[in-house]
Design a protein around this ligand. Structure first.
Ligand SMILES: [Zn+2]
Length: 75
């Protein structure tokens, strides 16, 4: 697997979700992810899902901003 940021090697790594940890040990809070050995970028399916949601939100906000600018320019 190749890093999308720097094209470095992505090593598999076990990740622990601290937000799911309320002082108890949950086996389900552990999951496999990957870390770039060159730049340190960490990625797993939850992180990628959140990045896609954030990218869509930025795009939607940019569209709204462009619509407002067009309206202001027309007035
Ligand atoms: Zn990298």
């Amino acid at each position: 697997m190749e890093c999308t940021r720097c094209h470095g090697f992505m090593a598999k790594e076990r990740l622990y979700d601290l937000l799911e940890n309320d002082g108890q040990f949950y086996v389900g809070a552990w999951r496999w992810g990957s870390r770039c050995v060159a730049c340190g970028k960490v990625s797993d399916w939850v992180i990628e899902q959140n990045r896609q949601i954030a990218a869509k939100a930025v795009t939607a906000n940019q569209r709204k901003g462009n619509a407002r600018n067009e309206e202001a320019g027309a007035a």
